[in-house]
Design a protein. Structure first.
Length: 124
């Protein structure tokens, strides 16, 4: 017998909505876990294009620059992002048509995830 998940009847936002101030590009991290992975956080930072360096991405996500470098390499090897050298800087392009990687979410794409998270975000 399958267990049915109960869902709240009404959902309402708590606190200030994301995108309501310039500080929200990198909201403070007040919890010790999140629903999304660091891979997702790095991808979103790269897609937004607000950060000039991987060091800035690392500061925003709250991980080391070396960890960001490993995540970028993972995303590149999975063909989710493509890096293009422009002078001294790298430009990243996201393949929004790539499927998400886990069986539970493979019916959705990277673009679906980005749209869900960035919807209403005036910073992207």
């Amino acid at each position: 017998m399958a267990e049915e998940l109960s869902r709240p009847v009404e959902m309402r936002p708590l606190g200030k909505p994301l995108g309501s101030s310039s500080e929200d590009q990198c909201p403070s991290r007040t919890t010790n876990w999140t629903f999304l992975t660091n891979h997702t956080h790095v991808l979103l930072c790269l897609a937004r294009g607000h950060h000039e360096t991987l060091r800035e991405v690392a500061d925003c996500v709250g991980i080391t620059e070396r960890a960001v470098q490993r995540i970028v390499a993972d995303l590149e090897s999975a063909n989710i992002i493509t890096r293009t050298r422009e002078g001294r800087k790298n430009r990243y392009t996201v393949d929004i048509n790539r499927p998400l990687r886990h069986d539970l979410e493979a019916h959705k794409t990277v673009g679906d995830l980005m749209e869900m998270v960035l919807q209403g975000d005036h910073h992207h």
